[in-house]
Design a protein around this ligand. Structure first.
Ligand SMILES: Cc1cc2nc3c(=O)[nH]c(=O)nc-3n(C[C@H](O)[C@H](O)[C@H](O)COP(=O)(O)OP(=O)(O)OC[C@H]3O[C@@H](n4cnc5c(N)ncnc54)[C@H](O)[C@@H]3O)c2cc1C
Length: 393
């Protein structure tokens, strides 16, 4: 049983504990039965439908469209991701992508855009995706070359490729960032919603990764969309992407925290049961040192994740520094915690089908996507340098 004493920390309101306990009980009962590792697409479809039926997808849209809160509540998103991640990586993934793939619509969409794309996602009838990365523009987002050019007065044609797109192949819509050329670099991008069945959009290939989930390279070949699918103003695409990531970046840290907490719990169980040299492994001081490091890193990660979430919910316009620190620390710490959990399991830890082996694969990509750790360090350094010079750096 996971230690949930952190719910009494001052970052939370009473309803957050209720939410966390509700998701935990639901996940404990339902998640394992929905996942078939030989059918990842089917598993994600079932998870999305079940998350919607249980009402948990109400967390990913604003109250105007059936959600729980007037605007996205980052603490709730983090709690949901942490707890779902604790139970299964795919459950967290299915929940998180419904949020990331609609976040830009919730934040920048018109009423008509929200009416069209949010309810199907909240009700689990449609799967959402967020398409920013390209083969030659990952960390360097502003290097993107996918273009949208005018086609008549009220349409655009998109040409280019996006890659590593989560839910690629099963999504109903993609929020796509493209070059529209209002200015050079990051100031010449715009965001659009593209329905998956739009002619000219195809799945170029499905991508297999160490912790399988739906992932694809998308090809846009003269893909014609109405101008009315644009989110925000022309040239605002970078702002739309960064504001969306500002909300969701801390939640990646929360997912990592869920994996780390599970790793710690699995390790605690194992060291209590495994006997060697005439005593349980838990009695050996080097195991205790490992457990102490793991528990301390888990708490430090939780403090940073929920500090960032609380700051955003408390009305901070941007939480760039807090969210980057949370994502950087929690994902790096989770990797170390899970690695120690594997070590404490010995050979069993690298055996296919054992939970810590799954966690070891699940946690790795979190240090890369939504800004690799090196990118987070650059962001944090800029923030602290700026703060020192009063924003003049
Ligand atoms: C499982 C998974 C799911 C993903 N889902 C999505 C999705 O849904 N939508 C989407 O748009 N993208 C998605 N991505 C893409 C992801 O965001 C990119 O992989 C990430 O931004 C890194 O880009 P890249 O892979 O091109 O690596 P590169 O940009 O080539 O970077 C390689 C490495 O260089 C290092 N690095 C980066 N910048 C610096 C620097 N300034 N100084 C020193 N070192 C640096 C980092 O270690 C980085 O990992 C996903 C990726 C994965 C692995």
């Amino acid at each position: 049983m996971a230690d949930r004493s952190f719910l009494s920390w001052p970052f939370f309101e009473p309803h957050h504990a209720e939410l966390a306990n509700g998701i935990d009980a639901w996940a404990r009962e339902n998640v394992a039965g929905l996942i078939d590792h030989h059918d990842v697409d089917g598993s994600c479809r079932r998870l999305v439908a079940a998350l919607a039926d249980a009402g948990w997808l109400d967390l990913v849209v604003p109250a105007s469209h059936g959600g729980w809160y007037p605007k996205l509540d980052v603490r709730s998103l983090c709690l949901a991701r942490e707890i779902l991640g604790y139970h299964a990586g795919l459950a967290d993934f299915s929940f998180a992508m419904q949020g990331l793939g609609t976040g830009s619509i919730s934040l920048f969409g018109t009423d008509a855009q929200k009416d069209r794309w949010l309810p199907p996602v909240r009700e689990g009838r449609s799967i959402a995706a967020f398409a920013l990365s390209e083969p030659d523009a990952g960390s360097d987002v502003a290097a993107m070359t996918t273009t949208a050019t005018p086609d008549g007065n009220d349409h655009l044609r998109i040409d280019g490729e996006k890659t590593w797109i989560s839910n690629g192949g099963i999504a109903g819509h993609y929020v796509v960032f493209v070059r529209t050329g209002e200015a050079p670099g990051a100031r010449g991008l715009s965001a659009f919603v593209v329905d998956a069945d739009t002619p000219g959009l195809e799945i170029a290939e499905r991508i297999e990764v160490i912790a399988p989930h739906p992932l694809a390279r998308l090809r846009f070949n003269g893909c014609r969309i109405p101008v009315s699918n644009r989110l925000g103003q022309p040239g605002e695409g970078f702002k739309v992407a960064m504001a969306t990531l500002d909300v969701f970046r801390a939640t990646v840290g929360a997912a990592a925290l869920g994996f780390a907490r599970r790793g710690l719990d699995e390790a605690l169980d194992r060291v209590a049961k495994r006997r060697m040299f005439g005593a349980p492994l838990a009695d050996l001081q080097m195991s205790q040192a490992a457990l102490a490091d793991m528990a301390t890193e888990v708490d430090a990660a939780a403090l940073l994740v929920y500090r960032a979430a609380w700051a955003k919910d408390s009305g901070a316009a941007r939480v760039t520094r807090e969210a980057s620190m949370a994502k950087l620390y929690a994902t790096e710490a989770a990797q170390r915690v899970v690695d120690r959990a594997v070590q404490l399991h010995g050979g069993l830890g690298v055996t296919t089908g054992v939970k810590v082996e799954e966690l070891y694969r699940e946690v790795r990509a979190l240090r890369i996507y939504e800004g690799a750790s090196e990118v987070q360090k650059i962001v944090i350094a800029r923030q602290v340098l700026d703060a020192r010079t009063g924003g003049m750096a």
